[in-house]
Design a protein around this ligand. Sequence first.
Ligand SMILES: Cc1ncc(COP(=O)(O)O)c(C=O)c1O
Length: 393
Amino acid sequence: MAKDKLQFIRDDLEALKEQGLYINIRTIGSAQEGWTTVDGKRLLNFCSNNYLGLANHPRMREAAKKAIDDLGVGPGAVRSIAGTMTIHLELEKRLAEFKQVEDAISLQSGFSANLAVIPALMGREDIIFSDELNHASIIDGCRLSRARSVRYKHCDPDSLRNVIAQETEYRRRLIVTDGVFSMDGDVAPMDRLADIADEYGIPLMTDDAHGEGVLGRGGRGIVDHFDVHGRVDIEVGTLSKAFGVMGGYVAGKKEVVEWLRQQGRPFLFSSASTPADVAACIAAVDLLEESTQLVDRLWENTRYFKGEMQKLGFDIGQSETPITPIMLGEASLAFDFSKRLFEEGLFAMALGFPTVPRGKARIRVMLSAMHSQDELDQALGIFKSVGESLDVI
Ligand SMILES: Cc1ncc(COP(=O)(O)O)c(C=O)c1O
């Protein structure tokens, strides 16, 4: 009898389990709130990228419901083939204004935004200078482009300068970096990268997934944070984190956006986001433009929680943002810690190798404007109790 055709997949799954790399996905049984049902248990939620609490905000829900009543549930088809709804154009205009750039194009996710823009701009004869800790979607975008990817040391402008100086064989060049790095919460030195990009005449691209709604005036992102408006040519964004919905976009110079409408493959060959998603994203821009209250609250919560964790004696790494790594060292300790948090009523993920380097395992706490003072204090109590019982503090 012929060998089972899919045995290799079962073998690989088994290998993942043996190496401790198999991902067990938790089941969320309620809306994203400070308290959320996880695997049937009510837990304090410190795991979500819902930075501003917009994922279940009444204004967002209203906007989505109205869009369904007015426009239905689906976009019909790919925008370039079957026409674009005005609501998508409205979102793009609003995003461009919010980010203070010339134009923006919306895509189905932040991941597909990176897959759209990098291969559309770069090809086989080109070279991409990429921070060594860039997100997987940037790495995949670079691979798809077939350009040569040269990594520079994490957040190190001197290393970038060195690799640029060494590479002389190319047609076009691009510098690309995450804005905020999602595992450590540190921030790319965008002003110094912009200096290098200007000096060498190389287009500069950033992925602002964790900067949007977090950094800059009223959450306008990393470019605003460093006041380098007009010097970053391409900004990728996601609408699934601080914006609380789903979708992605590329914002920046008008010729980049025009080119993506012609050549961005996820734009040309995949249907647009739903009217409900798009309407909710517009409501998110409204909320951010109306008031800085949610962003301010996010930062108050961040400062309070990080300060108290340090007073308790935890090592919270080098984060400069609401992403708060609780550094524990060995992966087994981090996984134990996360399990104990879960038992005591708090949901926060453990991250170990290969997601983070060996010996740098951690719990990653995501702070949010949705957390009340009481929820933050309860969380701190749980961290103290688990930290003491595992001899971490
Ligand atoms: C830096 C970065 N870029 C892109 C993405 C992907 O965004 P999305 O979830 O909208 O596809 C993420 C999300 O994990 C991210 O952290």
